[in-house]
Design a protein around this ligand. Structure first.
Ligand SMILES: *[C@@H]1O[C@H](CO)[C@@H](O)[C@H](O)[C@H]1NC(C)=O
Length: 262
């Protein structure tokens, strides 16, 4: 969803005054950005790419390759970036497509918010370009919880998401259908600055995706060894760093932004 300029100005103005009780309403009004990242057709294998809103790892493969993507991560305690107060947010998710495929994204994950030192969370699923669906109290999330995320495509237009809070045992899963066909050609493990400029980016600390796995239609398994990496860069400042160790992907916030090379 693209926010109108009027809506963005009212959100930015509103964020100054936002009381915690307004948070839920604001979230649902904002809707997640969730749109495809700006895709570079050539990847440099030696250094992470910079991107305005996505940090993490993506595998690009031929159409019809990926049937399922999963990982777990420990929910971080977000902070307001140095010198800034007010509503800030970030999101971590796994998904299929949205990179080399710009038709659709099947994704699930959680948003982290910080506002005046108060943390809050909301798990969600989304089949972009439809808006994300927030799980709210159906899947409560707290700092330190380990979330398991899984999206599976049965076909380009049918799939299922599963998100489990392994600390509480709560699971949310639902079969989904969309007229927006997946290409099934990108596997994504991402920390996102969602909401464009309407939602300022939080210092999310570290998000460590573990067990990052992608299943392929021919019965194979791919992982981070096949992925290329990207960092969030805004206004010539790199705001994240990324590192891979086996099937673990660490995405770290770099306060002050000296996280990477151009
Ligand atoms: C996703 O969940 C399904 C159902 O439990 C499972 O069969 C599949 O292996 C999972 N996908 C990945 C990538 O782990």
């Amino acid at each position: 969803m693209r926010l109108s300029t009027v809506l963005i100005s009212s959100l930015v103005a509103g964020s100054v005054l936002a009381a915690p009780s307004n948070l839920k309403r604001r979230e649902s009004r904002i809707a997640r950005r969730g749109s495809p990242r700006q895709h570079a057709s050539q990847h440099d294998d030696t250094a992470p790419e910079n991107n305005p809103t996505w940090a993490g790892a993506v595998i690009n493969a031929p159409q019809g390759t990926f049937t399922s993507v999963s990982a777990s991560f420990t929910v971080p305690a977000p902070q307001e970036p140095a010198g800034l107060t007010g509503f800030h947010a970030a999101s971590a998710w796994v998904g299929i497509d949205g990179d080399s495929c710009q038709n659709a994204i099947l994704q699930t994950g959680a948003d982290f918010h910080i506002n005046g030192g108060r943390m809050s969370y909301n798990a969600w699923y989304e089949w972009w370009p439809a808006d994300s669906v927030y799980l709210g109290s159906a899947l409560p999330v707290s700092a330190g919880d380990v979330l398991y995320l899984n999206v599976t495509a049965f076909s380009p237009t049918r799939g299922v998401f599963t998100i489990t809070n392994t600390n509480t045992g709560a699971t949310s899963t639902k079969k989904l259908a969309s007229k927006h066909a997946l290409c099934m050609q990108d596997a994504d493990w991402i920390v996102e600055d969602y909401g464009d400029t309407a939602v300022p980016f939080a210092n999310f600390g570290d998000v460590v995706f573990t067990g990052a796995t992608a299943l392929t239609a021919d019965g194979g398994v791919q992982g981070l060894a096949e992925a290329y990496l990207m960092n969030i860069e805004q206004n010539d400042v790199v705001l994240t760093s990324v590192a891979v160790d086996g099937d673990s992907l660490t995405v770290s916030y770099v306060d002050g932004g000296d996280g990477g090379d151009e």
